[in-house]
Design a binder for this molecule. Structure first.
Ligand SMILES: *[C@@H]1O[C@H](CO)[C@@H](O)[C@H](O)[C@H]1NC(C)=O
Length: 269
């Protein structure tokens, strides 16, 4: 979710300070580079039925997509589609359809927490060089890990349009104390054990349309984009920690989940 500042003057000033750089360079994600074929074969675009990009997500198994809760909240399964196997969301390798959506039962409770959702597809994803499931973590990410890769089709600036080609950016894990202090101006945001912070520098980071997208370390999915301050204004990007939600995912995927909002679950056939 995008935070809208309570201090429009301040953020206006911040924007002014940065807009010289924004105009001077090509900024997608913000400040990303074009991904190349095979860079992120797990990346998907969550879309409306007419193919408008809504959010990112990751293939975690041949019938399962992991994304942020706020990306799927309120959508019946029949109103979403999943584009796979392409650097261009408008020219997907294949399109799949969810038959069930599972939202964490404590989604956004407290605010910005448990922002995680799973989509079950009605057909098996055909894997190929450009379409693969990402590995899931089996241990927590060490503090300060560098070379985290985030990918998305998010906007190039707070008021910008979406790039047609997938963008990638490298970020670094940020310890929760430093992260909390950088996020302290955002009063209703409280860091929880399920959060993971990543940061690079001002002018490089997530923007609208990146939500739900995958943060990967060494081929393993470590985060799902939860929260950003639009966009890349020198504040860390906040992810849901995939390791922290492994049990929830396992239970939900095995059909034994007791903590998934059932009103989101619409099974067709
Ligand atoms: C999956 O859903 C789509 C869209 O509703 C439908 O066109 C397709 O036939 C379904 N596939 C199966 C195997 O049910």
């Amino acid at each position: 979710m995008a935070f809208h500042s309570r201090f429009p003057l301040l953020s206006g000033l911040v924007l002014l300070l940065f807009c010289g750089c924004l105009l001077a360079q090509e900024h997608f994600i913000v400040g990303g580079q074009n991904a190349v074929e095979g860079d992120a074969p797990y990346q998907v675009s969550l879309q409306t039925p007419v193919g408008s990009h809504l959010c990112g997500g990751a293939i975690i198994a041949d019938r399962w997509i992991l994304t942020a809760g706020h990306c799927v909240r309120g959508y019946p399964a029949s109103r979403l589609q999943v584009a796979t196997g392409s650097l261009r969301y408008a020219e997907p390798g294949a399109v799949y359809y969810p038959d069930a959506i599972y939202l964490h039962c404590n989604y956004d409770t407290p605010k910005y927490q448990n922002d995680i959702g799973l989509l079950h597809l009605n057909e098996t994803i055909v894997f190929d060089a450009l379409t693969q499931a990402v590995r899931l973590p089996s241990s927590p990410l060490p503090q300060g890990t560098a070379n985290l890769v985030f990918t998305g089709w998010g906007a190039q600036s707070a008021s910008g349009s979406l790039p047609s080609q997938l963008q990638r950016v490298q970020q670094q894990h940020l310890g929760s104390q430093v992260c909390a202090s950088l996020l302290s101006p955002y009063e209703d945001l409280e860091l929880a054990p399920g959060h993971l912070c990543a940061y690079r520098q001002a002018n490089i980071g997530a923007c609208h349309g990146d939500s739900g997208g995958p943060l990967v370390y060494d081929g393993t999915l470590v985060g799902v984009l939860n929260f950003f301050v639009p966009c890349a204004q020198g504040v860390p990007d906040l992810f849901m920690d995939v390791m922290y939600y492994r049990d929830w995912m396992r239970q939900t995927m095995s059909g034994n989940g007791k903590c998934a909002q059932v009103n989101q679950q619409i099974i067709i056939g």
